[in-house]
Design a binder for this molecule. Structure first.
Ligand SMILES: O=C(O)CCC(=O)C(=O)O
Ligand SMILES: [Fe+2]
Length: 322
């Protein structure tokens, strides 16, 4: 397994303490859960200047040219002294106390990438979702899984307005649950396979984490697109297939791609205070199995998805589109 393709930046403990205290002052005695999604993001915008200038500079650099790779790892964001409540028991569980402050901290970083959003069909439309194990979901292909591998996917490939970036903040780690990443620009395949993957010969089924009413049409897509130096990718191990069952060339190119992703994969075990941001158009990700205890001490990540395009955001006309 190769090293994570990333620029890494870390806050020192005293910087993390200062940011945490300043965010505490910003929150005051407000219950963040009572804010509308837009009010919450306005508060997150007020949190942005509280981060050290070097961290903000790294983010700008990453957004422009991603010099260190398409994954950005920021570390040490949560001071050691903070005690978090029991791990949330569902993706849409509300936050209390220090978990509210962590959610705002995460949003305060993510708002530097664009507009935080969620779909109304996903985890109650909450802007800050919990990636936590849920009983009886151990082997699903959703963030609620644990004992089973969460296989290669991009967030919401079935939507053409899928997020540009996603950020995962670790409140509680698990030594066996590794986050895995593969960059589209590292994919090496035969010229024929690449050409096939660049054609719209595939379609993708909705992600099972979404609660959808009625039949949603499978989206017709090319797997690879964009420039050769910074190619984009839409991929999902389980929900993607050639449109035509007889298209053996497309099926074979997909298989080759899957094997190549395994080869170029990098992994990182998230530790408390890590914030991992990935480019959802240029990176495919996965998570290795881990054991869930369901006793409040399980792995707990918070996620915020971001729309980096003001144009797309205006088209939605709301922060939680359908
Ligand atoms: O838990 C992780 O590391 C990633 C989770 C994830 O990819 C998802 O929920 O879509
Ligand atoms: Fe994911």
């Amino acid at each position: 397994m190769t090293k994570l393709p990333t620029t890494e930046a870390a806050l020192r403990q005293h910087e993390a303490e200062e940011v945490w205290a300043a965010i505490g002052r910003l929150v005051g005695d407000q219950d963040i859960e009572s804010l509308t999604p837009d009010e919450f993001v306005d508060l997150a915008l007020a949190a942005t200047p509280l981060f050290p200038a070097d961290l903000r500079r790294r983010i700008t650099e990453y957004r422009r040219y991603a010099p260190g790779g398409d994954v950005l790892l920021l570390r040490g964001l949560l001071p050691d002294s903070v005690a978090f409540p029991a791990t949330a028991s569902s993706p849409s569980q509300q936050h209390s106390g220090p978990a509210q402050r962590a959610a705002l901290l995460l949003a305060g970083v993510m708002v530097m990438f664009g507009e935080p959003f969620n779909y109304s069909t996903l985890y109650g439309g909450r802007l800050v979702q919990n990636m936590v194990p849920v009983p009886s979901m151990e082997f699903t292909q959703t963030s609620q899984s644990s004992t089973g591998m969460l296989d290669w996917h991009c967030e919401d490939s079935f939507r053409d307005d899928r997020c540009d970036y996603a950020g995962l903040l670790c409140l509680r780690g698990d030594p066996s649950g590794a986050s895995m990443y593969a960059q589209a620009k590292d994919v090496r395949l035969s010229a024929d396979a690449i050409a096939t993957l660049r054609e719209p010969r595939f379609h993708v089924r909705p992600d099972p984490a979404h609660v959808l009413s009625g039949d949603v049409q499978m989206r017709r897509i090319a797997i690879l697109s964009g420039s050769e130096s910074a190619p984009e990718i839409a991929y999902d191990t389980h929900h993607l297939a050639p449109i035509d069952d007889d298209d053996l060339e497309a099926a074979s190119a997909l298989r080759e791609l899957g094997a190549c992703l395994d080869k170029v994969a990098a992994s990182h075990v998230m530790e408390r205070g890590d914030l991992l941001i990935f480019d959802n158009k240029r990176v495919v990700h996965a998570r290795t199995p881990f054991d869930a205890r369901f006793d409040g001490t399980d792995r707990w990540l918070m996620r915020v998805m971001v729309c980096g395009s003001a144009l797309t955001f205006r088209r939605w006309g709301q922060r939680v589109p359908d």
